[in-house]
Design a protein around this ligand. Structure first.
Ligand SMILES: NCc1[nH]cc(CCC(=O)O)c1CC(=O)O
Ligand SMILES: [Mg+2]
Length: 350
């Protein structure tokens, strides 16, 4: 390039070309590929598609209920009948899967989260209804006790400690209850050690060999879950924080070790959560393991974007796809996002 410029300048004064500096010959002009829309499309490396979306959906008891979640504008808790309608729309837009989260009535919450094992609990009723009416869509359900415990923690508590192995036994039973209700993908979000292996073992023993496990592999103790805890009613109950089981946000190598364990224990897919503040973790896990890898753009990320949209500080149509494409670029095979339906509509219209 230096040589070319030298040559160019030795040519000397040519005919004047307007205000254009005449003698600059650049071999490398990255802007050539950005010049036109067709060219940008042709060289684009990562593309967000409807197939990348998993839609998290909140379920509540009753019928005909669509109850707004204050800290998540546009998100509602659906009664099972309304959830079925919403999932029908998601399926018609081409969204491959939904993740169902129950808001459990406070009267059903107890010290051990026993409602989690009720084969007729809200999330199981939702699974059966959705499977029955919208069989073509995949159903993901969370395995963890926090929607069911009076203390709001994901596991059994004794003297302020979250018990690991005792909790795993309960999670295994919870997973079987959900798989028998028609859930396709069990998603343990509890971060107990050894739960993926124990759940896999039990599924195999029960002949549920096709049930997939999407492990919340690198789930960080995060402030970004606040609005979700409002949505499922666990922020009112949660005592303390989850730092003795969810990961410390200063750590990255630890995510590799977590992923190694989950994959060895039988996870079919792994997940990083939250999303945008952890793109580096997502990238490392995808590069290292080459597993189907997902990002969860969590409630706090949704809330913060929506707050800026509401104030007119950010443009929704531009920022939502940009934020979601970042996950693809970092290596995600898909994203759990509360924006799934609006993005799918936009992608279908494009
Ligand atoms: N184990 C429960 C669970 N499953 C998914 C989320 C968060 C999702 C979100 O913030 O959107 C949480 C909250 C938590 O661990 O406290
Ligand atoms: Mg683990």
């Amino acid at each position: 390039m230096a040589k070319r410029e030298e040559q160019a300048s030795s040519i000397g004064a040519g005919p004047p070309q307007g205000s254009r500096p005449a003698a600059v010959h650049r071999a490398v002009r990255p802007r050539r590929n950005r010049r036109a829309d067709w060219a940008r499309r042709l060289v684009r490396e990562n593309l967000l598609g409807v197939d990348d979306l998993i839609w998290p959906l909140f379920v509540v008891s009753g019928t005909g209920v669509r109850e707004p979640v204050a800290s998540m504008p546009g998100v509602v808790r659906h009664s099972v009948d309304e959830a079925v309608k919403a999932v029908q729309e998601a399926a018609s837009l081409g969204i491959p899967a939904v993740a169902l989260f129950p808001y459990t009535d406070p009267s059903l919450r107890d010290e051990t989260g026993s409602e989690a094992l009720n084969a007729d609990n809200l999330v199981c009723r939702a699974c059966r209804a959705v499977k029955d009416r919208v069989p073509e869509i995949g159903i993901v359900t969370d395995v963890a006790l926090d929607p069911y415990t009076s203390h709001g923690h994901d596991g059994l508590m004794e003297n302020g400690r979250i018990l690991n192995d005792e909790t795993v036994e309960v999670l295994v039973r919870q997973a079987l209850v959900q798989a028998n209700a028609g859930c396709d993908v069990i998603a343990p979000s509890d971060m107990m050690d050894g739960r993926v292996g124990a759940i896999r073992e039990a599924l195999e023993a029960e002949g549920l060999i096709d049930t997939q496990i999407m492990a919340y592999t690198a789930k960080y103790a995060s402030g970004f879950y606040g609005p979700f805890r409002d949505a499922v009613g666990s922020s009112a109950t949660l005592s303390g924080d989850k730092r003795t089981y969810q990961m410390d946000y200063g750590n990255s190598d630890e995510a590799i070790r977590e992923a190694e364990a989950d994959i060895a224990e039988g996870a079919d897919m792994i997940m990083v959560k939250p999303g945008m503040p952890y793109l580096d973790i997502l990238h490392r896990l995808k590069q290292t393991f080459g597993m189907p890898t997902y990002a969860y753009q969590v409630s706090g990320e949704y809330a913060m974007l929506c707050a800026a949209f509401e104030r007119g500080w950010l443009d929704r149509e531009r920022c939502v796809p940009e934020a979601l494409t970042a996950f693809k670029r970092a290596g995600a095979d898909g994203v759990l996002t509360y924006f799934a339906v609006e993005v799918a509509r936009a992608l279908n219209d494009a």
